[in-house]
Design a protein around this ligand. Structure first.
Ligand code: KMH
Ligand code: ZN
Length: 272
């Protein structure tokens, strides 16, 4: 029996638009449906952002509550992870609006960086604040790592006891301004993990499926979905995040890995 793999579906994000792909969900109903479809395809975790009906990014608690309620009303037990990254330019106060009852995990972005042509601001005091909120609300942090120095920040958070197990590490590779998505970079990052922990990889754009394949081979977990990539192959748009999840599940099968159920993912991630 192969080792279980947690497949996370990032179904919307803050950047992709319906002009780029008609499959990008905007309303809470559409986002919840995308999450349920992704779970049916084999995702154990959904990474959630919200949007206003016109597509602008939203960190409104009411939007996140409606998405989570709709997921649960559909009888779906997928692990719910809410983004505290939101969109570039939002304040930390605004970004924390997503941490509503029903959330089980929240993201913790480990540093300031160029994000495309903009700057994604995450100062060390911001990190301490987000980590504190996650701890207060007993949410398992997913630490988003875009560059090697962010692992030193992770070590600093652990040393200063702003963060403790259980936490999960997500390497987001291929953001213009962060580390590129390559095997050499992932292997280097893995050497720098401050302590043994579960990790996964989200490759951006055309690197999504190759990075998933690599993570599966190296014993990690995977994230796929429209937040990071709109295409199933060159020039062919994905019908939805569920299609990308199905492809990741297929890759897992070939690598001898078995997709974890949501409850298995909860056990692996330390969600109580
Ligand atoms: N939208 C990006 C600027 C997260 O979800 O925590 C940040 C992001 C990370 O998506
Ligand atoms: Zn995100």
């Amino acid at each position: 029996m192969g080792e279980k793999v947690i497949v996370t579906a990032a179904v919307v994000g803050a950047e992709v638009t319906r002009a780029q792909s008609p499959a990008v969900p905007y309303t809470p109903e559409e986002i919840a449906r995308a999450a349920v479809d992704a779970a049916r395809a084999g995702a154990a975790v959904v990474h959630l952002h919200a949007r206003w009906p016109d597509g602008r990014p939203s960190q409104e608690g009411a939007h996140f509550r409606e998405i989570i309620d709709r997921i649960r009303d559909a009888g779906c037990g997928v692990v719910v992870q809410c983004s505290t990254g939101g969109a570039v330019g939002m304040s930390i106060d605004e970004r924390l609006g997503s941490l509503v009852p029903g959330a089980e995990m929240g993201t913790l972005n480990l540093g300031t960086m160029n994000f495309g042509d903009e700057v994604f601001v995450n100062t060390r005091p911001d990190l301490v604040r987000v980590a504190g909120r996650l701890r207060e609300q007993r949410l398992v942090p997913e630490c988003e790592v875009y560059d090697a120095g962010m692992l030193d920040t992770l070590r600093w958070l652990l040393e200063k006891r702003h963060l403790a197990q259980p936490y999960h590490v997500q390497f987001v590779l291929g953001v213009p301004g962060g580390m590129s998505a390559s095997e050499r970079n992932l292997r280097f990052l893995l050497e720098g993990l401050p302590e043994p922990t579960h990790w996964s990889v989200a490759g951006v754009g055309r690197f999504q499926l190759p990075m998933a394949e690599l993570a599966l081979r190296l014993g990690g977990h995977v994230r796929v979905g429209l937040e990071d990539n709109l295409f199933v192959s060159k020039g062919v748009l994905a019908r939805g995040s569920d299609e990308l999840v199905s492809l990741a599940v297929e890759l897992a099968g070939r690598a001898g890995r078995i997709p974890a159920t949501p409850d298995e993912a909860r056990r692996l991630l330390g969600i109580t």
